[in-house]
Design a protein around this ligand. Structure first.
Ligand SMILES: *[C@@H]1O[C@H](CO)[C@@H](O)[C@H](O)[C@H]1NC(C)=O
Length: 339
């Protein structure tokens, strides 16, 4: 096995430098078991025993076959790809890597005011990264606290816009300390996180209260060291991509989406056009928008699944679709903190 694997590795290396078609041909001739081994090495995956490995191999194989079948159809505006999620079933994936979930009690209502309702100056494209209002891609790991990453990214954005400083803020503080409505790795809601940040009079930095990808006890000393505060939060009127646009023009916006579909798990590049539903299960951040050369409009969305997923951690999702809810429900529950 070992020497065989070296050979295949050499072929793969060769394949990378060859043309795309040649490289695909070579890779598709590599036995799936070897591809799984190479993948395990690439992503540092270790299984506890042979049974686990066999199980993971089957899932990996099914996923790779699915990815290749979708890509070979060649009629979609996006490509799927092998990433660090390729050995997870979609059920496992959803259970461990999303985490948007309505709170136990009725969600606290935002003010009802939408301060951007009369915005008319809307540039054709916008990317908050180029304005320095977006921190590097983070990775929630196997903890369903997307809601914390989404709320933090929106808070980082408004802090940069209002105070002129981009500061990476602590998701772990929300996971550990914001436990009245939200449930750490078991899920939460961005509006509840904003509510907590207001009550707590701010959030501390990522470096002061680093991310652990697990629930923990609130460190009240760190919790009380604030570097960024917000004064309130507002909801974008639901089911209106034009309202969402007015908001995104002004700051990065927390949005909830349905990210449970297999194409979302395996998304690699291009403008994602579905399949997805509108059962909101994931919190992300809309940080811009644009239009491709073929005229497809998209939202530029920051995810929290590391940089191996999607376009270096980002996804472009089709914008201005027929459904009022937006693609994957992106216009259903958008909200933002105010300075
Ligand atoms: C938008 O314009 C209308 C009409 O002038 C005004 O009544 C409303 O208060 C404005 N909304 C905001 C948020 O400024």
């Amino acid at each position: 096995m070992a020497s065989n694997q070296c050979l295949w590795l050499a072929l793969l290396v060769l394949g990378v430098s060859a043309s795309g078609v040649a490289s695909r041909t070579i890779i598709s001739k590599v036995p799936m078991s070897v591809r799984h081994e190479l993948w395990m090495a690439q992503f540092g995956r270790v299984y506890k025993d042979a049974t686990e490995k066999e199980l993971r191999f089957k899932i990996f194989k099914d996923n790779v076959e699915y990815i290749e079948s979708v890509n070979n159809e060649g009629n979609r505006k996006y490509k799927l790809g092998i990433n660090h999620f390729t050995d997870l079933t979609k059920e496992e994936f959803k259970a461990t890597h999303t985490g948007f979930r309505p709170s136990k009690t009725a969600p606290k209502k935002a003010t009802g005011v939408f301060r951007y309702e009369n915005v008319t100056a809307v540039p054709a494209t916008l990317d908050w990264r180029t304005k320095g209002a977006v921190t590097p891609i983070k990775d929630q790991g196997q903890c369903g606290c997307c809601w914390a990453f989404s709320a933090v990214a929106a808070t980082e954005g408004i802090t940069k816009i209002s105070k002129g400083k981009l500061i990476s803020l602590s998701e772990q503080e929300l996971v550990d300390c914001d436990t009245e409505e939200d449930e750490g790795c078991n899920g939460g809601l961005m509006d509840d996180a904003f509510e907590f940040i207001i009550q707590n009079r701010g959030l501390t930095t990522e470096s002061n209260y680093p991310y652990k990808a697990a629930d923990g006890t609130c460190n009240s000393k760190k919790e009380s060291s604030h570097v960024a505060t917000i004064s309130g939060y507002e909801d974008v009127p639901a089911n209106s991509e034009s309202s969402l646009l007015k908001a995104v023009v002004n700051q990065p916006i927390s949005v909830a989406i349905d990210a449970s579909g297999p194409d979302f798990q395996h998304y690699s590049s291009g403008v994602f056009t579905g399949e997805c539903d509108t059962e909101l299960d994931h919190g992300v951040t809309a940080i811009g928008y644009g239009k491709t050369s073929d005229g497809t409009k998209y939202w530029l969305v920051k995810n929290s699944w590391g940089t191996s997923w999607g376009e270096n951690g980002y996804i472009r999702m089709e914008r201005d679709v027929d459904a009022a809810e937006g693609l994957c429900g992106i216009a259903m529950q958008a909200s933002y903190p105010t300075a």
